[in-house]
Design a protein around this ligand. Structure first.
Ligand code: ZN
Ligand code: ZN
Length: 578
């Protein structure tokens, strides 16, 4: 029986709408997803001039019979959906059968396919079949799309420059290969290899193949679940960061998706571990009951809506946060690349693929990952026993410390800020209700709009144990304040808190608000750079810092400590050779 059926008109209209071909990558996406649906293990995408001239997709999948080869270019043909209800339980990747027909209508398409029984070759241009015959019997499908929009030049201008289109295709194939570590992907442009992954079935190895050594050796594995979701994946250590969100990747039930709430949840996990304008590399896999997801809200199918998103978000944040916390690492200065087992893998990759039996591969990988784990355990131990002895102060800004492992440079402001931040957080979390009554009330004058805004949210200020009253025009008097405000800086602290309350937007999040208070006050109340502090103060900072939950970052995510191990120093002074 033929695998492709004609969709009901109703279903076609429902899906219908927008997306036909807006970018080269949307054509690549359609073709490659068909290859995945055909059970391919090897998929190669060859572009000429970023696909503007031609796009070829070759796979080793199940191939098509003669009838399917022809009918896949008919409008609304699809092998994946039959009934309207199926729309809600989509478990194959592609589902809009009209895409191939749309492509064939505006380009030249050559299709060669063999399903093990019969082969067929079809050449279509502008929707018209030019040639149909048998072809060499090579299992799978080879489809070439060239001269897109040759017959509709007005649409050509929608396509972007070669470099933009190539970037789009590259990013698509990168993400797709991360969601399918068991499929080997190759992407070339003008015969130059751009992406190449193996079919190892091992996500960490795929991450390595895509992002390289610097990322793959700095990954933390995580895993967790609640009643509705199972999550797993890899998150980079906080000293490996990117300036955009493109490397935060979510794979939902095996499919790449985009969801802002999920991105925010990942980002929240790195709160105070990184600057706000930097983003981590995270590959997050989520498994859940498909009825919880609505994939069809956007025709590109990457945007999803998820019910119970709140539960999912906190599961993600808590899990990644814990992984980061368990694996805190001292930020080291840029080091020369050391040879690790992964390097050998890269060098031997060609050999490995051709010479070694497939069954042997997992064994090799296991070995690599065990070495990685060992490394992380050592760092954990290092954290627990961190002790820093003062040496002095340089440039009025950097504390120099030492221990049996090496030399440490600390940014005095960042370090002090971390200490104060954790202290404020503790007080705010404890809900310490003790107050200091003021004999002489503090008068705070505000602008009219700030005053109105504060009065609208007065319960927030009250909830922080600040007793106050309206007093005349646009003025409040404070009669008592919480005990944890720094002595001598009470008024400034209250003013900062009021500023934060006025700046709050509608979506009030208590936890984030408290973190903000703690960061702001910690920054303002900490010694600055260029202040020559005494040895006693240095000792105090070192003693308090090592007691912190995270001594390695200031609450803005900047590093507090830079470590030079004895080995680093000996290497720099050439006392040892590698
Ligand atoms: Zn600061
Ligand atoms: Zn800071």
């Amino acid at each position: 029986m033929s695998k492709i059926k004609v969709m009901s008109e109703l279903l076609a209209n429902k899906i219908a709408a927008g997306e036909v071909i807006e970018k080269i990558s949307s054509v690549v996406k359609e073709l490659v997803e068909n290859s995945i649906d055909a059970g391919s293990k090897n998929i190669t995408v060859n572009l000429v001039n970023s696909g503007l001239e031609s796009i070829e997709v070759m796979d080793d999948g199940s191939g098509m019979d003669r009838e399917d080869a022809k009918s896949c270019f008919l409008r609304h043909a699809t092998s994946k959906l039959y009934k309207e209800e199926d729309l809600y339980f989509i478990d194959t990747l592609g589902f809009r059968g009209e895409a191939l027909a749309s492509i064939a209508a505006v380009a030249e398409v050559k299709l060669a396919t063999y399903n093990g029984k019969e082969s067929s070759y079809i050449h279509i241009k502008g929707g018209t079949i030019l040639e149909e015959k048998e072809c060499p019997e090579k299992k799978g499908t080879d489809i070439e799309v060239s001269n897109i929009f040759y017959n509709t030049p007005a649409r050509l201008k929608y396509l972007k420059s070669e470099s933009t289109e190539l970037a789009g295709c590259t990013s698509f194939i990168e993400r797709l290969s991360l969601s399918k570590p068991d499929i080997a992907f190759t992407l070339t442009n003008n015969e130059k290899v751009i992406v190449k992954t193996s079919d190892s079935g091992n996500l960490k190895k795929t991450i390595h193949e895509i992002y390289g050594m610097d990322i793959s050796k700095n990954l933390l594995e995580f895993k967790n679940e609640n009643d509705d979701f199972i999550i797993s994946g890899y998150a980079c250590k906080p000293h490996i960061l990117r300036s955009n969100r493109n490397s935060m990747i979510t794979i939902l039930n095996g499919r790449i998706v985009k969801n802002n709430d999920i991105n925010n949840a990942i980002n929240d996990a790195y709160y105070t571990y990184k600057p706000v304008d930097k983003y981590p590399v995270v590959v997050l896999c989520i498994e859940t009951d498909p009825t919880i997801i609505d994939v069809n809200i956007h025709p590109t199918k990457q945007d999803v809506k998820i019910s119970k998103i709140k539960d999912l978000s906190s599961l993600i944040t808590d899990t990644i946060k814990k992984a980061l916390y368990d694996n805190l690492l001292i930020v080291k200065p840029a080091e020369e690349k050391e040879l690790t087992p992964f390097d050998e893998v890269i060098e031997n990759k060609e050999e490995e693929n051709s010479v070694l039996e497939k069954e042997e591969k997992p064994v090799i990988n296991e070995q690599i990952f065990m070495d990685f784990r060992k490394e992380e355990v050592i760092h954990n131990k290092e954290l627990k026993s961190l002790k820093l002895y003062p040496v002095g102060l340089a440039l009025g800004t950097y504390i120099i410390a030492e221990n049996e492992e090496g030399i440490y440079l600390l940014d005095q402001h960042a370090a002090y800020e971390r200490i104060n931040y954790e202290r404020y957080m503790k007080k705010l979390r404890e809900k310490d209700v003790s107050k200091v009554p003021l004999l002489i009330p503090m008068t705070i004058e505000l602008s009219p709009s700030d005053f109105i805004s504060l009065m609208e949210k007065r319960d927030i200020l009250e909830s922080l144990n600040v007793d106050f009253e309206e007093f005349g025009i646009n003025t409040i008097i404070v009669k008592a304040h919480p005990t944890w405000l720094k002595e001598g800086y009470e008024e400034e602290s209250i003013r900062r808190i009021i500023e934060l309350i006025i700046g709050l937007d509608k979506k009030f999040d208590r936890v984030k608000f408290e973190e903000k208070i703690a960061i702001t006050l910690a920054c303002k109340m900490s010694i600055k750079a260029n202040m020559h502090i005494s040895m006693t103060e240095i000792e105090y900072i070192l003693d308090e810092l090592v007691k912190c939950d995270n001594p390695y970052n200031c609450p803005h995510g900047r590093p507090t400590i830079i470590k030079f191990t004895i080995y680093d120093l000996e290497k720099m002074f050439k006392r040892v050779m590698d």
